[in-house]
Write a protein that binds this ligand. Structure first.
Ligand code: C2O
Ligand code: CU
Ligand code: CU
Length: 466
């Protein structure tokens, strides 16, 4: 038995682990096409010194490289699967033809390759990619099949924001994991994990346990990404300093929004600017789960835990300042232009008679198309949650706007482009979106709860664009 593994302890881990910046894959360019090669493989990772943990990885032992491309580029991504079972790779947040989406209909059999090719038609943003294998998404992401996808556009470098990758523009994929005494990951140990989703007691950032980032510049841009299976984070700094939110899932906000804390649900990305010119050592912490229901509150308490440490003792003066404005926001589609309003009721049955995980009474069936939407049309979706816990609702192939939460306008942070929205228990969240023009096939896109165990157990549906 190893003593270095934080197997049962619920105490925060004090770590001196060095922050890891994921390798950047810029791809091989030929004309307008950028070629990426990704290989899904089985591996071992040392999260704790001298302890091997069985993992899955993409071109490396755990997680994958950060892909990067620009609006107008054509990307051609060859994905090879060598993990021993079927898998997929889905481009979360991307607007693209359904056949290229990497959802459950684009399974890659073990030993085979799949080519996903599409043009980037959306603005600068931080997207991500992950396995979407039917019934296996939770396990495959948990063991490591995920990574970030950064999009640039012509304006995004003109905003005066920190943009030196890994120096002052830093991706942070936040995940919680649970380790067994032998150092391996444990995945779903109880009915509780199955119902509430898999939460761990050890925090990883880019695959490193509660790392220490030695800041190099006095103004940092963090691309915060919740790559967890189920946990919602309420993030704040240990000294309660304020910081600026500059972007949500689908791109920049109109102007930076100053906050002291923010909520990040599974699947969401939020970019922030943090001024560390005071040269302090400060922790980025999370309050014990805010998104959960009664069971989480019982197991939680309000003690914050550390996500990562920023050590700013050695910073050099940044050449950047916090801009006053970012960019003109895309106009929110006018609700009067919506040709259809649809209702989505998120349901989870507790116990034997509960009926399981459903949307509008139905569990996911890969052979059932739930509805059709018209290309270029605008729709309002009303997502209702009368279940005992919060669910992050995600839609493929669109970036939407939140119209309201229980009739109340969204906060400034939530008024930008989104592809995932947390729906609290007792809430009705209305979103509005215009579907892109793609209608190349009968292949459906997914909408689902992004708590991966809920998705795997059926809280998912399918639509086609016609
Ligand atoms: Cu992040 Cu259906 O996916
Ligand atoms: Cu997605
Ligand atoms: Cu859910």
């Amino acid at each position: 038995m190893s003593t270095t593994v934080n197997a049962d302890s619920t105490k925060p881990v004090r770590s001196t682990n060095t922050f890891a910046v994921p390798p950047l894959a810029s791809g091989k360019r030929s004309g307008k096409t950028v070629n990426f090669n990704l290989k899904l493989g089985v591996s071992q990772t040392q999260f704790f010194k001298g302890v091997n943990t069985a993992t899955l990885g993409i071109n490396q032992s755990y997680l994958g490289p950060v892909l990067r491309a620009k609006r107008g580029d054509k990307v051609r991504i060859t994905v090879e699967n060598q993990i021993g079972v079927g898998s997929t790779l889905h481009w979360h947040g991307m607007m693209l033809p359904a056949s290229m989406d990497g959802g459950p209909h684009q399974e890659i059999k073990n030993g085979e390759s799949w080519v996903s090719e599409y043009e980037i038609k959306q603005e600068a943003s931080t997207l991500w990619y992950h396995s979407h294998q039917m019934h296996q998404t939770g396990a495959q992401v948990y063991y490591g099949l995920a990574g970030l996808f950064i999009l640039d556009d012509d304006d995004s470098h003109q905003l005066g924001l920190p943009h030196e990758y890994g120096v002052d523009d830093i991706p942070c994929t936040i995940q919680d994991r649970r380790f067994k005494r032998d150092g391996n990951l444990s995945y779903i140990d109880s009915m509780h994990d199955r119902m509430m989703g898999m939460e761990g007691n050890t925090i990883l950032v880019n695959g490193v346990v509660t790392p220490v980032l030695k800041a190099q510049r006095s103004l940092l841009r963090l691309r915060l990404h919740n790559g967890s299976n189920a946990r919602t984070y309420q993030l704040a700094f240990s000294d309660e300093r304020s910081f600026q939110v500059i972007a949500s899932d689908g791109g920049f906000l109109a102007a930076p929004v100053t906050v002291k804390s923010l909520r990040l649900a599974v699947g969401e990305r939020i970019e922030v600017l943090v001024d560390v010119s005071d040269r302090k050592v400060v922790q980025l912490q999370s309050q014990q789960s805010s998104g959960g229901g009664m069971m989480r509150m019982m197991s939680g308490g309000s003690e914050p835990f550390t996500v990562m440490t920023i050590d700013a003792k050695q910073v050099k003066e940044s050449a950047h300042t916090i801009p006053k404005t970012l960019r003109a926001m895309k106009a929110i589609p006018d609700p009067k232009d919506a040709i259809k309003t649809r209702q989505f009721d998120l349901q989870m049955g507790m116990g034997m008679m509960g009926g399981g995980f459903r949307i509008n009474g139905k569990s996911m069936d890969i052979s059932r198309i739930d509805f059709e939407v018209k290309r270029n049309s605008t729709e309002i979706w009303e997502v209702r949650n009368d279940s005992p816990m919060a669910h992050p609702f995600h839609v493929h192939n669109v970036q939407f706007h939140i119209l309201d939460r229980n009739g109340k306008k969204p906060t400034q942070i939530e008024s930008g482009l989104k592809d995932t929205v947390l729906v609290q228990r007792g809430e009705v969240v209305r979103i509005i979106m215009t579907f892109p023009e793609y209608s190349d096939s009968k292949i459906p896109y997914m909408y689902h709860c992004h708590i991966l165990e809920h998705e795997d157990q059926g809280m998912m549906g399918q639509f086609v664009v016609v």
